[in-house]
Design a protein around this ligand. Structure first.
Ligand code: NAP
Length: 385
């Protein structure tokens, strides 16, 4: 943070990975000679749940402090950079209030110019995931939300005020905490997959699909859900052919998305197949895939220059192990029906980090609102506001 109370950071554009510089303005920076005080609410995360929680808690005069995540190579590779999974998608067609249309003037008007650099080149379909996230972030800033561009790496929920340690080694105290750290894309865990990460293996078509190595070449997408279809559809703009490799004979994707795949002449579904090995060499990276049959057929090899994993998600809860109750899939367990309470009193959870069922931008935003109201009411009941 500089002397004006402004956080400055260098990051990557999601579109060309060139460094960009951007600032998050803080309306009322804390004076350095002030005695450290507990924040009323700390929000961890920067997806729709986190920004919605920030908007609501800011408007409730709880002066939220948001840890939006650190901009590091490690987070980039893991898919956990600030702004979450929506920042890794293309058009968002199902978030209410953003019908397809020309949003350019609205975006210019609403978002700081220096943050417009990370937006997708516009194809005029509607709002994109990164744009939607920038709009939510800006809305939270407009009400006085303060933002720290670091991860939270340690938490102490046994004593009150709660203690949080960030990736810069700083400790912070909070009267209430909202965890909204979301989830990240899964990999299969194959040795060959690990070997060719960044040389043809990716879990994000939008981040990597436009790279020269994938242009006019055959590519493979592994998975049969909505994300796999979305990835394949996006990649088909650059690739010669996109193989969707699915382990069953029926897609998990919604009917609408499945039809989109079937209608795309560049997409071919390879049914009843799983990825056995990514083929490649040290000079060219990925050159093909070896596919196992789940229906007793012989192995099949396809020449491809890229493999995109789209096989579900893992919640970002490693830093909470032993601190909050998690379910068998490591998602945070909501402990009170229809509320966002967790196993630690005063700690609330919102969005995909606690929801492996709906996992939509709009449901995440809704639970961010619920967590903010739950935190506000809990603080009031305890006489802490
Ligand atoms: P998902 O629905 O859980 O689909 C994961 C896919 O990966 C499934 O087809 C699954 O196969 C396959 N898979 C999982 N583990 C595998 C393994 N070890 N080997 C091979 N295949 C494996 O996840 P998602 O597609 O990321 O979608 C998550 C949520 O986001 C869903 O609710 C979805 O509707 C939503 N979403 C919506 C949109 C949209 O509306 N535009 C776009 C993207 C995502 P099985 O089918 O055999 O289980």
């Amino acid at each position: 943070m500089d002397e004006r109370g402004v956080f400055t950071y260098i990051g990557w554009s999601r579109w060309d990975r060139s460094p960009y510089q951007t600032v998050a303005h803080i309306d009322q920076p804390r004076k350095t000679d002030e005695k450290p005080m507990a924040e009323k609410v700390i929000i961890i995360g920067s997806g729709p749940a986190a920004w919605t929680a920030a908007i609501y808690t800011a408007r409730a005069a709880l002066e939220p402090l948001v840890f939006e995540g650190a901009i590091t190579e490690e987070n980039r590779l893991a898919g956990t950079l600030p702004l979450g999974q929506l920042a890794l998608t293309t058009e968002v067609e199902n978030y209410p209030g953003f019908p397809a249309g020309d949003l350019e003037a609205y975006l210019d008007n609403s978002i700081a110019k220096d943050r417009r650099m990370i937006m997708a080149p516009h194809e005029k379909q509607g709002v994109s995931g990164p744009e939607l996230m920038e709009l939510m972030r800006q809305q939270a800033l407009n009400f006085g939300t303060r933002v720290v561009t670091q991860d939270v790496v340690g938490v102490e929920f046994d004593s009150h005020p709660f203690k949080l340690t960030d990736s810069d080694g700083q400790t912070h105290q909070a009267l209430a905490v909202i965890v909204a750290t979301g989830a990240r894309a899964n990999y299969l865990g194959l040795e060959s997959e690990e070997k060719f990460k960044n040389r043809g293996v990716s879990a994000c078509a939008v981040c990597d699909g436009a790279l020269p190595r994938f242009r006019n070449k055959a590519l493979a997408v592994i998975g049969g859900g909505d994300s796999a279809i979305e990835e394949a559809d996006y990649l088909s703009k650059f690739a010669s052919t996109v193989y969707i490799v699915h382990r069953r004979d029926q897609l998990r994707a919604s009917k609408f998305m499945a039809q989109r795949a079937m209608d795309n002449p560049k997409i071919e579904v390879l049914w009843n197949r799983t990825l056995a090995e990514v083929l490649g060499d040290d000079s060219d990276g990925v050159t093909g895939v070896r596919l196992k049959s789940t229906a007793g057929e012989p192995f099949l090899e396809k020449r491809v220059t890229g493999v995109f994993l789209s096989i579900g998600h893992t919640p970002n809860t490693a830093f909470l192990a032993g601190k909050l109750e998690l379910n068998e899939k490591k998602y945070i367990r909501w402990t009170v029906p229809f509320r966002t309470n967790t196993s630690a009193e005063g700690v609330f959870a919102a969005g995909d980090v606690a929801d492996d069922y709906y996992r939509q931008a709009v449901t995440a935003a809704a639970s961010g609102c619920q967590a903010a109201l739950d935190a506000e009411r809990w603080l009031a009941a305890k006489g802490l506001t």
